[in-house]
Write a protein that binds this ligand. Structure first.
Ligand code: ADP
Length: 376
């Protein structure tokens, strides 16, 4: 998946453009210009030809309005009416002499743009690029959503299937046995994992809800003055218990002086939990160190593990939505934790970054501003 601002936002370099024009010289000139700019070009000089070639789904159709058989507006209308071609990108090209009403009609009939000629080569190319970029962005968003839906469905299905098996077994044991001899240990053996599976489902659903909140900019912080040192100290017990259950040691390095800032306790709890959970998950069983320090203007939280590390090319990407690094093939991973973490930290006016060496471990650093007031 492409992060915003990267290749995903640029038009595909080899985009295919269907150039429709009944004027041979203009057809030739525009096609030549497009080919020189690196596009694949298909040509049509009548409306019918255009409809036939459009079935091959070019990335953009440059559609002259005046055509000998079916005019450009009608071609556009038919393309939009056909399920196979209704989403194609269509830009009308016509002479400046065309009435304003006609241009409006063109757009109303479903064209995505209406450009009048003559137009400078550079300007036409810039317009084409902009339109393709817009389409690329929309396609990427849809692709990311589809990919995510399939990962999320898979992740939800796994605990659900196990949950069902455990409940079925418990039901079988309780209904089969006479009421006074229900085999309690066996029932318990099915019900305890069922509880864990429910917790897992709960966590996944919470993450999904968070993402939808964060993405639709509904992340509201409930800030109050807090002592970060005390706060991390309080969380230590819970985090230590979590680490101990998988045989990992946590080491806390907290300053003796309080560090006062304005923060949303529940959200900052999420930040620390996500970072420490990852450090445990990807930390190869080695100790994880959590350090809090005061710097000029900032409070810093550092979470360091000595695990698998993150490849340089993955280090920026993993903060994106649904992104997972290539060297970690964990199931139970939606690639959402760091995205939510970054959004929470940013909402606090802070930053998050990572330094890491493959095979040696990673350090995540969260910086939170000290002198912010309650107004975020
Ligand atoms: P998840 O862990 O659910 O996949 P995250 O957003 O928390 O989602 O992390 C994204 C990816 O970043 C992970 O899939 C993993 O590849 C990588 N990652 C995160 N933390 C660490 C870490 N401490 N060490 C190595 N890789 C990490």
């Amino acid at each position: 998946m492409n992060a915003p601002g990267h290749t995903g936002e640029r038009p595909a370099p080899k985009a295919t453009i269907l150039n429709v024009n009944d004027h041979p010289a203009t057809l030739y000139m525009v096609s030549h210009m497009l080919r020189m700019a690196g596009y694949q070009v298909l040509e049509a000089s009548t409306g019918r030809q255009a409809l036939t070639i459009a079935a091959g789904r070019p990335d953009l159709i440059l559609l002259d309005v005046h055509l000998p058989d079916i005019d450009g507006y009608e071609v556009c209308r038919r393309l939009r009416a056909n399920e196979e071609t209704q989403d194609l990108l269509i830009a009308h090209l016509s002479a400046v002499s065309v009435q304003r009403e006609d241009r409006i009609r063109g757009l109303a009939h479903g064209a995505d743009a209406y450009w009048t000629t003559p137009m400078e080569e550079e300007e036409l190319l810039a317009n084409i690029e902009a339109l393709l970029r817009l389409q690329g962005r929309a396609q990427n968003a849809v692709r990311a959503r589809d990919e995510f839906l399939s990962v999320a469905a898979h992740e939800l299905k796994t605990p659900l299937t196990a949950l069902r098996l455990n409940l079925e077994r418990a039901l079988y044991l309780t209904t089969r046995a006479p009421s006074d001899s229900v085999p309690k240990p066996a029932v318990e053996k099915s019900l305890s994992p069922a509880m864990r599976q429910i917790e897992r489902l709960q966590l996944l659903l919470d993450a999904l809800l968070d993402v939808s909140r964060v993405t639709s900019h509904r992340l509201r912080l409930d800030v109050s003055a807090m002592d970060l040192v005390e706060f991390v100290g309080e969380m230590a017990l819970r985090l230590e218990a979590q680490a101990r259950s998988v045989g990992v040691t946590l080491e806390f390095e907290l300053p003796h002086e309080p560090i006062i800032l304005f923060g949303d306790r529940l959200r900052l709890e999420q930040v620390l939990t996500n970072l420490v959970t990852n450090a445990i998950k990807y930390g190869a069983g080695r100790p994880v160190r959590i350090r809090v320090e005061e710097r000029p203007e900032w409070a810093a939280i550092l979470v360091r593990d000595q695990g698998i590390g993150i490849a340089p090319e993955d280090q920026a990407r993993i903060f994106g939505r649904f992104e997972r690094a290539t060297n970690s093939h964990q199931s139970q991973s939606l690639g959402l934790g760091l995205y939510i973490t970054r959004e929470i930290v940013t909402a606090h006016g802070g930053t998050i970054s990572v330094t890491s060496t493959l095979g040696q471990g990673s350090t995540f650093q969260v910086l939170l501003p000290l002198r912010r007031t309650e107004r975020y």
